[in-house]
Design a protein around this ligand. Structure first.
Ligand SMILES: Cc1ncc(COP(=O)(O)O)c(C=O)c1O
Length: 361
């Protein structure tokens, strides 16, 4: 079976974890500090604050930026649930804007339309590893005095006009879940250039503790462990090689999938797409329905997945809100992710392409 996702764990990670276990320092210690420094260096940001997962990074980042009750944060209608839930966790309201049908990332025109007097920020998502339109969103945010946040959970090493994501907005947020482009098991990171955001994010991730047993606000325990950070340090060293493999696999698909009814992903000029997922769109010309294709692929030992089957405004928890997001709704019906991770070989890609191309006879 070619799985849709697979963490790449080698002897180096195993040794790094064993060393931490032997050291006796299992909680947040020197490895976390070293990982934060290395990750900030990698993203070219002044600070990085490690967290226990990407959801907590988004939550703490927004709290640090002052998001709270009465505020609205504009987010894409097509993304993973945590982008929306963390806005709600701050007591604020997620406002859904539609996405661009080619890139699947926030449509700047839809964002401009969604702005109200309560809007405090826009959270763009570098979905599937492709940076959103940072120039357009930065301009809208600066014209309307809004903050811009980056949900970079899926976009380690992605670049916009030669600059790594995570440093464009008030803060960036990453996830190190095992399916992500690099992992720590569970883990997350907040990146920022703003010393005040860094200070407040550290408070929110550590019980609001400004000194030992001195609590200046209600914070959380969102700390990363040294065990996780030790894995992260090794994975960060390997990230460039992993990313090259993902891009090579994507190029192979781009140039070899010729089946009718399948639209490959579009990469915007100036974007370095790092293919957390390689997401195709099925059109009416596709000889099989999406569910049939998933089964057909599975029967041939090829994993695939739907990211995401429901546009966020249509999730039961958001029932009662009404949003026009035709593109997001149509994507939810038509997208399909193919295996693109570093464990996928060129032979595997060839098999996937042959199977898809054979569909049209
Ligand atoms: C776009 C996006 N945001 C946030 C998250 C949350 O990250 P985590 O699973 O590490 O909590 C994810 C994880 O899948 C994600 O894909």
């Amino acid at each position: 079976m070619i799985p849709i996702a697979q963490p790449e764990i080698g002897e180096e990670e195993i040794t790094a974890v064993t060393d931490v276990l032997r050291s006796g320092m299992l909680a947040s210690g020197p490895k976390v500090k070293a990982f934060e420094d290395a990750f900030a260096g990698y993203c070219n940001t002044s600070y990085a604050i490690a967290t226990s997962n990407g959801t907590n990074a988004l939550h703490a980042g927004m709290l640090a930026a002052g998001i709270g009750p009465g505020d609205e944060v504009i987010i894409p209608a097509f993304t993973f649930f945590a982008t929306a839930s963390t806005v709600a966790m701050c007591g604020a309201t997620p406002v859904f804007a539609d996405v661009d049908p080619r890139t699947f990332t926030l449509d700047p025109a839809a964002v401009a339309e969604a702005i109200t007097a309560k809007t405090k920020a826009v959270m763009g998502v570098h979905l599937f590893g492709q940076p959103f339109d940072l120039d357009a969103l930065q301009e809208i945010c600066s014209d309307n005095t809004l903050m811009l946040f980056e949900d970079a959970a899926q976009a380690h090493a992605a670049e916009y006009k030669g600059q790594r994501v995570g440093g464009f907005g008030t803060f960036g947020s990453f996830s190190f879940y095992p399916t992500k482009n690099m992992t720590t098991g569970e883990g997350g990171m907040i990146t920022t250039d703003d010393p005040e955001i860094e200070r407040r994010a550290r408070l929110y991730t550590n019980h609001g503790q400004s000194e030992k047993y001195l609590h200046t606000l209600i914070g959380y325990n969102y700390r990363m462990t040294d065990i996780a950070a030790a894995i992260g340090l090794v994975q960060l060293e390997k990230l460039d090689a992993y990313t090259s493999r993902r891009i090579e696999n994507a190029r192979y698909y781009d140039t070899h999938i010729r089946a009718s009814g399948i639209t490959p992903p579009t990469v915007m000029p100036g974007a370095r797409h790092v293919y957390h997922q390689y997401v195709i769109r099925l059109t009416e010309e596709c000889p099989l329905l999406r569910d049939e294709l998933i089964i057909h692929l599975k029967n041939q030992g090829i994993g695939s997945a739907i990211h995401y089957p429901i546009a966020l405004p249509d999730q039961p928890v958001f029932a009662g809100t009404s949003y026009e997001c035709p593109v997001s709704r149509s994507l939810a019906q038509s997208v399909l992710s193919l295996p693109v991770h570093p464990g996928v070989s060129q032979d595997d890609c060839e098999r996937v392409c042959r199977l898809l191309n054979d569909l049209s006879g």
